[in-house]
Design a protein around this ligand. Sequence first.
Ligand code: ZN
Ligand code: ZN
Length: 349
Amino acid sequence: MSSTVLPSGCGICGKQKDLLRCEQCKVMPYCGPNHQSDHLQAHKSACNDIKECREVMEAEEIVLNDHLNTGFVMTAYPFDNSNTHPLPLYSFYDYMSACFTLIKATKRVRNHESTEAQLSYLMYMLGLCRSDVRGIRILVPPLMLSLNKDQDCYDFIKWWNSDYYKQDQEGTILPYVDITGDDPFEPVDFLEQHAVCLTLLKVKMFLDLQCVEESFFVLRPRLPREIVDQIHRSVPQSLIIRECRQIVRADREGCLELLLKLEEQIQQMHRMVSKRNQWFWNMLAHPVNWLDEAPDEYAIGSVEEAALTLCASYDAWRDTPNALDFINAITDTHPLLKDIRDVGPNSST
Ligand SMILES: [Zn+2]
Ligand SMILES: [Zn+2]
């Protein structure tokens, strides 16, 4: 299966319905006060951190409000195209830094609610500051993948690789992230940015399609229809795969062709990423210590760039069952890639 395994529900028992949220951090749900108090010890440190960072962010929001001198509302929908403030960048700087620190603190809680909150802050920040001076855009697609927003992830990556650059060239403000429902199976030739995350998306699609193909076409002739249908329903699928024409039409040939196409695209993207940065794939296979702190600066092709991409995307790789095994097997077939164990934090261990 390739739906992600991001935890959700009550922090103790995982119950999914009738939950209350921790009032301090607003990202940890509980089934009731008993489990909230059972979790207090484990949750306290991250919770306080998030609360403090939010207070700083809210104070900066008031300052920014004064700058804007207009009805600036934090809860505005992040994709709202009218959200373009003709303010100089420095007006946003402290506010953006506070938001970024809040996102880092929120990351300490690993669950669905926290991931939703991080994504929402990031999209809002990108809407405010399209030039993305902080380089936060690389954090967006992995969060979308962890949340199983696979189509949103594809559209976001496509937009950054196409329309974003037109904004600079044409000197106009085009609508923000206005690509929706593009074909995630299409060729990947357009790709310059977010190559690692698009690779993960394709791996996720491949594993999902393979799983459905096996339950749908391989088991059906051998087992009673109702049992196969039951298995088919219980296989978690991304919407992309569930709505895939070949599956809907029960066209096995087409489905196998699609699997082959995805596999080729994954190989192509693996090469593209290796060409830009020879460290990344081996770092993903041996991440120890590299995940501790994302570097602030990097040069293209450097170990630091690989570490930054690793820190941004590792949770999404880990959240997608079998994705790491799948990609590491491809990396193993490229022995000429630079071995990350020869340098940096791992070399002394
Ligand atoms: Zn509970
Ligand atoms: Zn809390």
